[in-house]
Design a protein around this ligand. Sequence first.
Ligand SMILES: Nc1ncnc2c1ncn2[C@@H]1O[C@H](COP(=O)(O)OP(=O)(O)OP(=O)(O)O)[C@@H](O)[C@H]1O
Ligand SMILES: [Mg+2]
Length: 235
Amino acid sequence: MSRNYGTGDGAVCALDDVTLGFAAGTFTAVMGPSGSGKSTLLQCAAGLDRPSSGRVEVAGTDLAGLSETKLTVLRRQRIGFVFQEFNLLPSLTAEQNVGLPLRLAGHRPKPAEVAAVLAEVGLKSRARHRPGEMSGGQQQRVAIARALITCPAVLFADEPTGALDTVTSREILALLRGLVDERAQTIVMVTHDPVAASYADRVVFLADGRLAGELPNPSPQAVAERMARLEAAPC
Ligand SMILES: Nc1ncnc2c1ncn2[C@@H]1O[C@H](COP(=O)(O)OP(=O)(O)OP(=O)(O)O)[C@@H](O)[C@H]1O
Ligand SMILES: [Mg+2]
């Protein structure tokens, strides 16, 4: 798929003919220099944005064929998205934030279901706390629980550890890795950190809107070397 922004002199090709597949039950990291198209790729793949050309398929459904209403429903039911800045609603407790996707879909969240997913992310004792009463790592766990409550086909995460310290980041990454290993969750994560990328099964590199190779079973050293080469490459 491709994604262009603007027209004429100011036109930007944020994604240039990128073809990628994410196998079910696998963990993929997306890396590349700033402005290489990582967030654009994630937004298009998650149905938050539409590609200018090409197609996106999620769990057998072609997103291009969907109306805005149907796309919203699919996004709510089949896709989870986690952001760098957590994006929780500050006035709601952890359990209310987690239940929100179900409420938006017109269902009453079952307390046991919410409790189970909060326990899965290690936040059993924080269910009644509001975001302002929790650490960054705890808030990101709530955001992950909120993304998981609908059992999404894919969990997308755009720099989920970008706002966290090193130790907390590693805990969140171990949690994501556990979701892949234990519940065969499909995860696609953008990161700038070679250590974060090493938790994935493979790393996909972008440069200037194009695919620039991939690395299976990535070690932090191999990822850092590849990134150094990409950042040094002349445009
Ligand atoms: N809404 C927009 N309008 C115009 N240009 C945009 C828009 N969103 C992104 N771009 C451009 O598209 C290109 C890719 O942006 P994108 O946000 O996908 O990069 P990124 O790899 O996520 O970068 P970063 O690591 O800094 O987050 C950049 O050149 C950016 O300026
Ligand atoms: Mg980005």
